[in-house]
Design a binder for this molecule. Structure first.
Ligand SMILES: [Zn+2]
Length: 358
């Protein structure tokens, strides 16, 4: 009989509603991780001076035995099976700790509390990476809404102000494949990468191409992210490029224009190319970006909210300031999906050309 879920197990599971998203990471990856740990342990043990070897080496030798035992279990086909319930251990748990022998439900009380603390810390780190809530630069006004479905989020949202006053404001909104801790780690990876790359003066298409190459080389197979990256310049001009993300919505006075994707998601192919679209915003026009948690919010019957309904909701509120526009869109989504807890992370960002520079 299955024991009732611990809080830690529930939290970890909520933050990883698609627990099988790491399926592409195969056992060779875990074996490589174990081999690496074994090599590092052997090197460290061999460096301990003989005089103090027994006291210092004992815990390391114990650890080495554990690694050897894990490799043996892998050879025997019993690796990754919980010793308490004989069910498969969550793959994410194995990636985080390849020596673990218990599934989430069968962690000890101390281990569960440690997991809760780790998740809470991951959530705090992620929140600190978010940009300022109400940003102003020249005649641009930006506001966003960021709501993880679990403790941590796989959505990525950033606004990078230029180093000098004649530079351009960079805005980004993306969605990492999967959910939970693994997706949130990739989100922090995107954050660091774009913060570094956006300062070196690349054209927008080259910026995405380079980010894609770096992302391909530093992530594991099967991990990718869709993303929109834009730059707000002078006199209402915006450059925009998309790596397989949902269309951005240009909310203008005479209607809403969907600006579709021009490239493949980041992390799929190292050779991906991206093209840049240029749009001109009149004063009071807005550009709206969102993650799939918004467009794929469900109603009671499971029907999706959809990009068209979001376009309609935003189009009817042309001219609203970003904060009000976002609040109105969220209101519409909430009315649509009444009573249903969002299954996915929700992020919405509005960039408006204000009527005058204040
Ligand atoms: Zn178990």
């Amino acid at each position: 009989m299955q024991e009732s879920d611990s809080t830690a197990a529930q939290k970890a599971r909520n933050s990883d509603a698609e627990g099988n998203t790491m399926a592409a990471i195969t056992d060779p990856y875990l074996r490589e991780q174990l081999e690496r740990r074994r090599a590092a342990l052997k090197t460290t043990i061999s460096c301990i001076p003989t005089a103090e070897s027994s006291a210092s080496a004992t815990p390391l030798v114990d650890l080495l035995n554990e690694v050897d035992s894990a490799v043996r279990r892998m050879d025997q086909g019993t690796y990754g099976i919980c010793e308490a319930c004989h069910e498969t251990i969550e793959k994410e748990r194995l990636i985080a700790d390849p020596l673990t022998r218990l599934c989430l439900d069968h962690l000890t009380g101390d281990e569960q509390r440690a997991l809760e603390r780790d998740l809470e810390l991951a959530s705090q780190i992620q929140r600190r990476l978010l940009p300022q809530a109400d940003l102003r630069y020249r005649d641009w006004r930006i506001h966003y809404h960021y709501r993880p479905a679990g403790v941590v989020s796989g959505d990525y949202c950033d606004v990078i102000s230029p180093a000098s006053n004649d530079g351009q404001l960079v805005f980004l909104l993306g969605d990492v494949a999967g959910k939970g801790v693994a997706a949130s780690l990739l989100m922090t990876h995107l954050h660091a990468m774009f913060r570094s790359l956006s300062g070196i003066g690349l054209e927008l298409d080259k910026l995405l191409e380079m980010a894609n190459r770096v992302f391909c080389e530093s992530t594991m197979a099967g991990q990718y992210a869709t993303l929109i990256c834009g730059r707000a310049g002078q006199a209402g001009e915006i450059e925009i490029a998309s790596a397989g993300h949902f269309p951005a919505l240009l909310v203008a006075k005479d209607g809403v224009q969907q600006i579709g994707s021009t490239g493949l998601p980041l992390g799929m192919f190292a050779t991906s190319r991206y093209t840049v679209r240029r749009v001109l915003l009149d004063p009071r026009d807005s550009l709206l970006l969102y993650s799939d948690g918004i467009s794929e919010a469900n109603d009671a019957s499971g029907k999706e909210y959809g990009v068209n309904r979001l376009s309609f909701a935003a189009g009817a509120r042309h001219g609203l300031a970003p904060k009000e526009l976002i609040a109105a869109c969220l209101d519409d989504i909430e009315q649509y999906s009444l009573g249903i807890r969002p299954a996915d992370d929700q992020t919405l960002m509005a960039i408006q050309r204000a009527s005058s520079v204040v």
